[in-house]
Design a protein. Structure first.
Length: 317
């Protein structure tokens, strides 16, 4: 076998895994990309330039890592697996433009991964953490300017969903506020080894110059969205009575019909609604001193269950 096997050939991937005595972890969702066409589509969507700094999460065997190094100035790869990290360190030992971090990305200093504007995230994201990671990136001082990721198709559908559709929800709103979202390509399980039990998609997110609906306290907005979407069958007038005694003035000032439901409101409607609710005094503590109304208490930045629960457990490296 060549020193660096062709990782888009299934036979060479299997041989390398045998050589390393490595058995892909179902818990970590290790399904390695083996399709050259899909790899090229992912790279082309990222529109990489020679001066780009790129972050990759879940490099796995390094098929994407090597391709990124051919197109970008520097790559920072974050690998959790205790067996793959040493292999990657050995394989790319002579590549000074690669920084390898052996860690769970959710335990990393995320602002340090994107220290300045213009950074890019290009990755076959571990599906189990994709939604949470993407939302956390929006809150960074310098969020990635471009995100191109392979993720579970269901999550990609939610990212790009329009109001009043079945897939529209918290994840749609939180991400579309900050990014223009597009699905680049659907990806079959046969493009990975071993094949995952779910279909995948390549999603591209481009940072907006300003968030839809204007600036907002992101934690307060997230808490409001959790509250509304946990009561998505109720009208907004009924749902918001748990937060303010009379929500009708706030709804009117925000231009929202009392009979509307949460899934019908576009991303830009929510910051205006939050501002008007805060003016009703009873919700002011959400954005002010951190004291939440009892109905929202406990819904913190790390509580992502409402929009992660719908994702599967398979992941991709």
């Amino acid at each position: 076998m060549a020193e660096h096997p062709n990782l888009t050939r299934p036979s060479e991937v299997r041989a390398l895994l045998t050589q390393l005595d490595f058995h892909p972890s179902r818990v970590l969702g290790q399904n390695f990309l083996i399709d050259r066409n899909i790899l090229n589509i992912l790279l082309d969507a990222a529109e990489l330039r020679p001066d780009d700094a790129v972050v990759e999460v879940g490099p796995g065997l390094g098929v994407l890592t090597a391709a990124l190094l051919e197109r970008a100035a520097a790559v920072t790869a974050v690998e959790k697996d205790n067996r793959l990290a040493p292999y990657l360190r050995s394989r790319f030992a002579d590549e000074p433009r690669l920084t390898l971090i052996h860690s769970d990305v959710l335990d990393c200093d995320l602002p340090a991964l994107f220290p300045r504007p213009g950074g890019k995230l290009v990755a076959n994201l571990p599906y189990a953490i994709a939604a949470r990671l993407l939302v956390e990136l929006t809150a960074l001082p310098h969020p990635p300017a471009t995100i191109v990721v392979t993720i579970q198709r269901e999550v990609a559908d939610r990212l790009a969903a329009a109001p009043a559709t079945d897939d529209y929800g918290l994840l749609s709103i939180l991400m579309q506020r900050h990014y223009a979202v597009a699905t680049v390509k659907h990806v079959a399980p046969s493009c990975f080894w071993p094949p995952p039990e779910v279909h995948s998609s390549i999603a591209k997110l481009v940072r907006r110059p300003a968030p839809l609906g204007g600036p907002a306290d992101e934690l307060a907005l997230r808490n409001l969205l959790r509250h509304a979407f946990s009561r998505r069958r109720k009208t907004m007038a009924r749902s918001l009575r748990d937060l303010v005694a009379d929500p009708l003035p706030a709804l009117a000032q925000a231009g929202i019909a009392p009979a509307a439901r949460a899934e019908e409101l576009a991303p830009e409607a929510w910051p205006a609604l939050l501002r008007k609710l805060e003016e009703r005094l009873e919700l002011r503590g959400v954005a002010g001193n951190g004291t939440l109304p009892s109905v929202l208490r406990g819904a913190g930045a790390d509580d992502c269950d409402l929009f992660i629960a719908a994702t599967g457990t398979d992941a991709t490296n």
